[in-house]
Every structure is written in structure tokens, then in C-alpha cells.
Design a protein around this ligand. Sequence first.
Ligand SMILES: [Zn+2]
Ligand SMILES: [Zn+2]
Length: 302
Amino acid sequence: MIDLCFLGTGGSIPLPNRALSSLYVRVSGKGMLIDVGEGTQIEIMRLGWGFRCIESLLITHFHADHCSGLPGFLLAQAKTGRTEPLHIYGPVGLRRVVDALRVIAPQLPYPIELHELGGEVNEFDTAGLHACAFPLDHGIPCLGFAFRLDRLPPFLPEKAAALNVPMKLWRVLQKGTPVEVDGRTIEPRDVQGDARQGISFLFATDTRPVPDIVRFGADTNLMILEGMYGEEEKYPLAVKNHHMLYRESAALAREAGAKRLILTHFSTSMEEPEISLPSATDIFPETVCAADGMTLTLHYPE
Ligand SMILES: [Zn+2]
Ligand SMILES: [Zn+2]
């Protein structure tokens, strides 16, 4: 299963009751952060899932509302006594931005490994998830991410017993590693049942609609897209600033066949993001607005 927490759901500038963009993702005790807006460290403290288990930080793009919390986040990690490396993924320009922000956080007791994602599609594994980064349309380099948590097929003890595999080796096979028994190699597939569906979700904010959101989000369990503007009269502004209306995000979720949609990254002009929700649910009923501190768990389908 995958735990998610919307640490902040605001775009542009923070409000007293709405922090800037950041999503905490947790899989089997491993953490990952998508974006680190100003003050993200405060929201992590409030949540209580911890700093040190965060293995990686994915930065979608280099507008301040998505990365200005980096120095404070790095220093908060240092306070935990962290020595494990922190992986930071982001678009082209990552090194320049991180180096600049680190002028005020130069001494850290742990290494930082930067992964600058150029070109079209980049795939990598982090925090127990398989990630696929793809370009969005925001006027500057900006990435969307599609994630997958694979599930091993069920282990069938009766098959292991029939092959005389000692019980102490069952766990090894269960985890996907072959074992030797009486000179024979037993492969995990020899003792497994049929393939099982995993869990997927997609995250894309700060963009005009792009076909890759539908392509990489096909049949996904959850889409997290931007709700920068709700009202129809904001359409020209959305086009000009490379953002989406609620209804445009909803149309992408519907076209992809997503199971549900959560809107986030709300403009400061919307005091109550829920007011415009019908413009999304008319198109894609399974839509809700995120709120700061909202958590949810994605389970394997039965
Ligand atoms: Zn933004
Ligand atoms: Zn932006």
C-alpha cells in the first residue's frame, strides 16, 4: 500500500491556512517528497511521519512555490543526524538551483545525489516505487510523474513443498530470489501463482493539458492534478500562465480512465476551492479537492 499526505495545497504564495505545494509519499516505511515549497519542514513536523526516512525529493520545476523550502528542509534533515544520502530528482537546471540554494545551507552531514532529468521520458526506482518522469507544458522545464508499486504474484506453499524446497528458503523465494535445492535452481515463478495488479498514481501540476498525462495515467488508481483555477472566466489566465482549470484536469482524468482525481495547487484567489468543484465533477464525478494535511492510503486491488 501507499500512504499519501498533502503537506501543502497552495500555488504561488502561502496563505495562513494553506501551505505551498508538497506531497509526502510513504511506502513500507520509506519516504519520498514531491516538491518542497517554502515552510514544508513545518508541515512535515506537524504530520509526524519523520524526516530521516525520506530517501528522495522530486522537484517538478524551479518556481519558488515548489522549491524555496529546500534549504530549511536540508537543515532539518541534518538535525536528525542523518548520514544516508538524499537523492534529489528534477528537470534540467537542477544542479544550478540546488547549488544556489545551498549557499545558505553549505554544511550537511550527509551526501546529496542529484539526478538531472533531461530529454523526454526518464524512468527510475525510488522509495520502493517505479517512477516515470515526463515533460509538462509550463513555459519552463517542468515534470509530471507516474508511479507504480508492483505486486509479486502470490506464493504457493503447495508448489514449494512439491519441489522439496525447505521452509527456511520460502521467504527468499517469496521475495523474488532463486534458491538452490539439491543442485537444482528453483525460480520464484516455479512457486508463484498468477500475476497480480499493483498500485499506480500520477502527479502533474503546473501545466496546460498534455497527451502524456493521459498516456502515462491510463487506468491509474489516482490522478493528482492541478486545480489552479476553478472559474471559467479564468480560462485566458490559465492559458497565459500555463495552468489548468478544474474542468481541464477532470477531462484528462476521464480520458485516461483514472479511478479518481484529487485537485491541488490552488490559486490564492480561491478562498474555498470546493466552491468550483462541480465544474470538475460534472465531467469526472470521482473528483475531490485536496486540503492541507489530508492523508489517504492506496491499497492493492483485491
Ligand atoms: Zn506552482
Ligand atoms: Zn509553476
